[in-house]
Design a protein around this ligand. Structure first.
Ligand SMILES: Cc1cc2nc3c(=O)[nH]c(=O)nc-3n(C[C@H](O)[C@H](O)[C@H](O)COP(=O)(O)OP(=O)(O)OC[C@H]3O[C@@H](n4cnc5c(N)ncnc54)[C@H](O)[C@@H]3O)c2cc1C
Length: 375
């Protein structure tokens, strides 16, 4: 490729991995990673776990610095893409030409209000630091959403001795894990003293900042702090008018290509025909494909859906390889889930195999191999 260089928009997991893949694929021109946040790139999964519980943080959240010949331009948003002139427009008025572009602008927390006014969410390092400080001041927290982030926040609240209510849509927490695992997590949350309240229908946020949630049955659930944890929304606004295909994320082919010389990876990307998979391992593995495909085109390997996920809450460390939700006939390979630790394999419909380790040490590679060899 000759060469205005490669620009990567988004300086997080996918952006850095894509930049390094571009280099490894043989591109020797400039590579610049543009990131909106002023912080050095950091890892998001730690925010709702060690950092929020106060058992980690500081340096430990930062990702290793990129290779020396990858430029980082932090604290500035990309605000536009001119795909014909091949330029990225920046919020500070500057623009960057490119020969190749990786879109890795990730996602932001979904909010209940259109503008998120008065809502507390957890997506960024700043959000996590602010939330951790709040936990020292408050005695009650209401969390809207029983998915991974909501449950991990609830776990940190319980550990901080804060009275915690989770408002959930389904009867169990983390329903995406499948019935057995989600039952296990739900039991652990109840044992930790969390109040679960199932809410069918639309809720209303009250106050600015939000101080209570109105439920469809007319109840008002109040807390010193209310946290919205209802999923994430891809950061695609800056691509408005660019002609890049967007449908709940940047739509990409099996080599993460969105348009000629433009690829996308991570939480912002959606493989054609599949749902977005806003998880760490998928972000990294898509990024490697996106970076390589930018340089090597058809020679790059196709992305194989990563199907790997982990979470930690209420003393349970759950790692899953294979499609979610885990379901079908279960086979215990080690331990006993009912006792809170074990290794279990589910064989679902269409030969779908999922393996989960709960409080059970096993190398990620081995867990993935167990799921793959049985499929
Ligand atoms: C609290 C929390 C806990 C999580 N825990 C887990 C877990 O346990 N396991 C798991 O598998 N996954 C977990 N995830 C998901 C995982 O962190 C994401 O899948 C991963 O961070 C995606 O990386 P990314 O680089 O695609 O996007 P992001 O991490 O969202 O990074 C995108 C970056 O691009 C920047 N950006 C956005 N727009 C622009 C713009 N216009 N110009 C310049 N820069 C821009 C953003 O500021 C951001 O820094 C968690 C996520 C959160 C929020």
């Amino acid at each position: 490729m000759t060469d205005a260089g490669v620009v990567v928009v988004g300086a997080s997991a996918a952006g850095l991995a894509a930049a390094e893949a571009v280099r490894r694929a043989g591109h020797d021109g400039p590579v610049t990673v543009v990131g909106a946040e002023p912080h050095p790139p950091y890892t998001r999964p730690a925010l709702s776990k060690a950092l929020l519980r106060g058992t980690g943080g500081g340096e430990s959240v930062y990702l290793p610095a990129p290779e020396a010949d990858i430029g980082l331009r932090l604290g500035v948003d990309a605000v536009g893409l001119d795909p014909v002139g091949r330029r990225i427009l920046l919020a500070d008025g500057d623009s960057l030409p490119f020969t190749g572009l990786v879109i890795a602008s990730g996602a932001r927390a979904r909010t209940m209000r259109v503008d998120g006014r008065g809502e507390t969410v957890l997506r960024s390092l700043d959000d996590a630091l602010a939330l951790r400080q709040s936990l020292d001041r408050v005695s009650s927290v209401v969390i809207l959403g029983g998915g991974f982030v909501g449950v991990e926040v609830a776990s940190a609240c319980a550990a901080a001795g804060v009275s915690t209510t989770l408002l959930i849509r389904h009867s169990r927490l983390m329903p995406r894990l499948g019935p057995q695992l989600s039952e296990l997590v739900t039991g652990a949350a109840l044992a930790a003293g969390i109040t679960l309240r199932q809410v069918a229908g639309e809720v209303e946020l009250i106050g600015n900042p939000v101080e209570a949630v109105g439920t469809p049955d007319g109840a008002v659930v109040a807390g010193d702090l209310v946290v919205t944890a209802v999923g994430c929304h891809p950061n695609v606004d800056w691509l408005d008018g660019s002609g890049i295909p967007i449908e709940d994320g940047v739509v990409v082919d099996s080599r993460c290509r969105a348009a000629p010389r433009i690829t996308a990876a991570g939480d912002v990307a959606r493989m054609r025909g599949r749902a977005r998979t806003p998880f760490w391992t998928a972000a990294l593995e898509q990024a490697r494909v996106a970076g390589t495909a930018l340089v090597r085109g058809e020679e790059a390997s196709r992305y194989t859906p990563a199907d790997f996920f982990w979470t930690e809450a209420f003393g349970l460390a759950v790692t899953v390889a294979g499609p979610l939700p885990a379901g079908g006939s279960a086979e215990t390979l080690a331990g006993d889930l009912a006792q809170g630790s074990g290794l279990v394999r589910w064989r679902g419909r269409h030969g779908r195999v999922t393996v989960a380790a709960v409080n059970h040490r096993i190398a990620r590679r081995k867990l993935r191999a167990l799921a793959a060899e049985a499929s």
